[in-house]
Design a binder for this molecule. Sequence first.
Ligand code: HEC
Ligand code: HEC
Ligand code: HEC
Ligand code: HEC
Ligand code: HEC
Length: 364
Amino acid sequence: MKKIILTSAFIVFTIALSGLSHAKVTGVCYNCHTMHNSQGGAAMAYQLKATLDGFEADQTPNPCLLTYDCIGCHFSSTANTIVSNTPIVLNSTAPASPLAGGNFYWSLSDNKKGHNVYGITAQEGSPMDAPPGFKASASLPSSYGTGPASWATQLNCAGVYGCHGDRTQGATAATVVEAMRGSHHTDDSAIDGTSTGKSYRFLRGVNGVELNAAGYKWEQTANSTNHNGYKGGATPGTTTDSISYLCGSCHGNFHGHGNLGGSSEVGSSSPWFRHPSDLAFSGVGGGYGGSEYAAYTSYSTTAPVALSTPSTSTSTVDSGSMVICLSCHRAHGSPYYKMLRWDYKSATLSTALSGCNVCHTSKN
Ligand code: HEC
Ligand code: HEC
Ligand code: HEC
Ligand code: HEC
Ligand code: HEC
């Protein structure tokens, strides 16, 4: 039978009717589901070709009767990062306005610039086939179970070996949808971490405030008064529902919470062993007043900070503002080494320091 080859224009066409009500999919069911994966005897499910230049028919039906897998819907061959109200995290051409998590585009050419997720790039060789700083059986955000006892599989979007969804379900790429079940149809206008759908960006157990303002959604653009509201902890041991605790649930040794690396790996005050995350400026050595951190006063999208009660519009940075993993990193990928938010390896000193200097205002 003739192979059906489609481009991402098909997605634009098929889910163009998706409504714009925030964070809950709308539109006709057949935009996203196929009842039998068969019409006129031909498959109705499609998968992204390995060459990223279009889709091909997928004879194997997908869980939840879906027409695409995660990457299939969250991909575009254009430079656009929101297509039919779908947040795009993998573009096959340089994204024009990457979303808050960055983009997996850069990991295609250099695996050190992004997480290497199944279906996008190959798994890295040892020791990078596992999360650096891995902590076995770590307690997951908001105590939603424990992580894997050992790291066997390539990183997935969701599930046991992934970041999104219920991380006690969906251990293989074929079953990750289990971990997400119900989330896309949840009204998550209020995030409280009580379910996957009502967690920050479907990161189960993580709190925060999602930026939904028109023109700024998913931080397609962001500034000091329109940005995601990250949840942080005042000291590393304070909270398990922060975005940094999520990162630490795999990269355990890099987070100072007692469930994770703790004070022996990270420290609990200056002098630190590893760079702190989930630490408020109020806790810096010598006190906040007069410290170099007191000169960071207006929220910077280069080196953002978190709050214990986050908001999307707080522009004031003060003693309650917290350094987090995302002060320095993007979650998916960035144009820079180690998914950093700026070019820390630049030969131009001012560029290399540009992010560090947002907080360390007296260091050059
Ligand atoms: C059939 C298409 C489709 C599939 C398959 C799909 N998504 Fe989505 N996804 C969407 C759309 C559309 C939205 C935007 C919903 C909204 O906020 O309006 C979305 C939103 C999201 C968000 C952002 C939620 C937020 O709070 O803003 C995440 C995270 C996500 N999807 C992850 C996944 C993962 C992981 C998978 C695979 C298990 C997946 N998606 C599969 C269409 C899809
Ligand atoms: C824009 C894409 C999109 C549209 C339109 C859509 N769905 Fe879904 N649906 C999804 C995704 C993605 C999943 C799997 C992941 C999840 O549950 O979050 C899903 C899961 C489901 C599930 C299983 C999980 C649950 O929530 O119970 C049911 C049932 C379902 N959809 C029914 C429907 C029906 C009925 C319609 C039409 C009224 C519809 N969907 C329209 C994307 C869509
Ligand atoms: C579900 C487990 C998991 C979570 C959660 C997780 N990571 Fe990772 N991370 C990995 C794995 C596996 C690798 C090694 C392979 C790779 O690069 O994907 C990795 C690698 C990295 C790298 C090095 C990339 C490279 O290839 O050199 C950085 C930086 C990183 N992670 C940062 C983060 C940040 C920041 C967060 C939170 C937003 C986070 N990780 C959350 C599993 C995870
Ligand atoms: C969002 C703010 C922020 C950013 C960005 C940031 N830091 Fe820090 N850094 C801190 C805070 C807060 C501390 C804790 C200081 C203390 O406890 O006295 C710290 C501690 C440190 C320490 C240990 C100091 C000690 O007393 O043990 C070093 C070294 C350091 N940072 C280097 C860097 C470098 C290099 C960069 C850029 C790659 C960077 N920081 C980016 C906020 C930041
Ligand atoms: C102050 C900035 C900063 C913060 C905060 C930060 N990182 Fe990093 N991270 C870096 C830099 C810079 C590198 C590059 C390697 C180095 O300098 O140690 C890096 C490298 C990494 C790597 C790759 C390690 C490897 O072996 O290749 C991982 C994984 C990682 N960070 C995860 C995290 C996690 C998880 C958090 C939060 C708990 C975090 N980072 C917080 C700046 C930061």
